[in-house]
Ligand binder design. Structure first.
Ligand code: GDP
Ligand code: MG
Length: 245
């Protein structure tokens, strides 16, 4: 935001004065998000049924999406790792909730990242889909520390029927969620606003959905700092603020 009282020409300022002169809330959040995700991040728990969840502890955010949506790539981009979440070419194989401790060793983490099993994989048997749905439902209903689900949508494809089913489940569980577009590099920049507007129109029909969409590209690291900032802001808003540092 441009402050009309600030008449300083940026070129007149010393190169290192930018942060103090033009610091905005957004820059603060971007930096706080960057620092959060620059900390240690470690896999610490896998649950393949509802009775094997880790005890509740630090605030959790979960990542969900259809198989192949780019979830592993985005988790790796967020945490600056190459293989935190294995980028797999065998969609539907990992049918478990994977927990990562962020910002401290497990037990002292500031935030937990939860990699949800991919859904909508055609070759998965019906009884497995039902088991998956039961597990997601009981996890989301019983998890007081789960702050938000980030639901990933391939920017090229928009919502597909399995995504709409997932949103219905999230709505039923009154689980707060936000849509994150992946692979934004794969659509024309000029098409992005229309794609986002279409998605936001659908979101208006979903009570538990956060109304704004974030566009990301793991390949180009686009939108990734903004997603980190949004996650930090969520922690602040929910009072789960990690200690400064
Ligand atoms: N163009 C593009 N492709 C991506 C991006 N992120 C992931 N992919 C590709 O999408 C496929 C699935 O990625 P992956 O992260 O394994 O998806 P997951 O199954 O949801 O974990 C892989 O072939 C990736 O190379 C991206 O930002 N842009
Ligand atoms: Mg994956």
């Amino acid at each position: 935001m441009q402050d009309s009282g600030n008449s300083g020409d940026p070129q007149e300022q010393p190169a290192d004065a930018g942060a103090t002169v033009s610091e905005t809330v957004d820059e603060r959040l971007l930096e706080a998000g960057r620092l959060l995700f620059a900390g240690p991040c470690e896999f610490f728990w896998a649950a393949n049924n509802i009775s094997s969840l880790p005890p509740m502890g630090a605030p959790e955010i979960a990542f969900a999406g259809r198989s192949n949506v780019g979830k592993s790539s985005l988790l790796n981009a967020l945490t600056n790792r190459n293989s935190l979440a294995r980028t797999s070419n065998t969609p539907g194989r990992t049918q478990q909730l994977n927990f990562f401790a962020l910002g401290g060793p497990p037990g002292e983490e500031k935030l937990r990242l939860v990699d949800m099993p991919g859904y909508g994989y055609a070759a998965v048997a019906k009884n497995k889909v039902e088991a998956w749905t039961r597990m997601m439902r009981s996890y989301m209903r019983g998890r007081a520390t789960l702050m938000r689900v980030y639901m990933l949508i391939d920017a090229r494809h928009g919502f597909k029927p399995p995504d709409l089913e997932m949103m219905e489940l999230l709505d039923q569980c009154a689980q707060s969620y936000q849509i994150v577009l992946t692979k934004a590099d794969a659509i024309k920049r000029a098409e992005e606003p229309a794609s986002i507007a279409k998605i936001e129109a659908e979101l208006a029909r979903h009570p538990a959905a956060y109304p704004l969409v974030l566009a990301t590209s793991s390949r180009e690291s686009r939108g990734v700092p903004e997603l980190r900032a949004a996650i930090w802001q969520l922690l602040e808003e929910q009072g789960g603020l990690p200690e400064a540092g």
